[in-house]
Ligand binder design. Structure first.
Ligand SMILES: [Fe+2]
Ligand SMILES: [Fe+2]
Length: 186
């Protein structure tokens, strides 16, 4: 377990990146008319809803961003305003994907187009979002938050894990590892 809140977020980015790397593979298979493991598709949706948004984005939006704003970093514009609007866009896309995946599973072939579109947009959104945080936001955080403030943030982050459920967090992390291996094989 990480003893630094930035390291913890960077580690979560690596896990999220595994799922995001597999997302275009799912989209390609659907577009090519190949069979897609619906369990895998729903697993990816659940991962994006719970691990990426509820667990990871919530730590940033509800805890890290306010701590930085409190230190005088502007709430609007770059980087915090931009990152917040990307979180919102991600939520819209995941909601769209969830509905379309359910409709696709119920046998409506027209839903496939929306599933593919949402998957492709998510695959485009996440890597640049993660890059901005790793290379702009986190170095900025290290400059403006003292070690004591970072330790307090880490404790708050751990409470988010408790709220989501550490078993759920662990299960979704395992899912990301498995999905990543599966996507590489195919
Ligand atoms: Fe973020
Ligand atoms: Fe992040």
């Amino acid at each position: 377990m990480s003893n630094n809140p930035i390291q913890l977020l960077e580690d979560e980015h690596l896990i999220i990146a595994k799922v995001i790397a597999a997302v275009p593979v799912l989209a390609d298979r659907l577009e090519a008319g190949q069979t897609v493991d619906l369990e895998m598709l729903h697993g990816a949706v659940e991962f994006l809803q719970i691990f990426a948004d509820k667990c990871h984005h919530d730590k940033e939006e509800a805890l890290l961003f306010p701590a930085l704003i409190n230190k005088g970093i502007p709430q609007h514009g770059c980087p915090i305003g931009m990152l917040t609007s990307e979180h919102k866009r991600g939520r819209v896309l995941v909601t769209e994907l969830t509905g379309a995946a359910d409709t696709y599973q119920s046998g409506d072939p027209d839903a496939k187009k929306t599933v593919v579109k949402s998957l492709r947009e998510l695959a485009a959104l996440y890597p640049s979002h993660i890059w901005k945080e790793d290379y702009l936001l986190f170095p900025l955080t290290n400059k403006v938050l003292s070690l004591e403030e970072q330790q307090a943030l880490l404790r708050q982050f751990e409470q988010v894990w408790d709220l989501v459920g550490r078993d759920v967090h662990h299960r979704l992390k395992q899912f990301a590892e498995g999905l990543s291996e599966n996507a590489q094989i195919c």
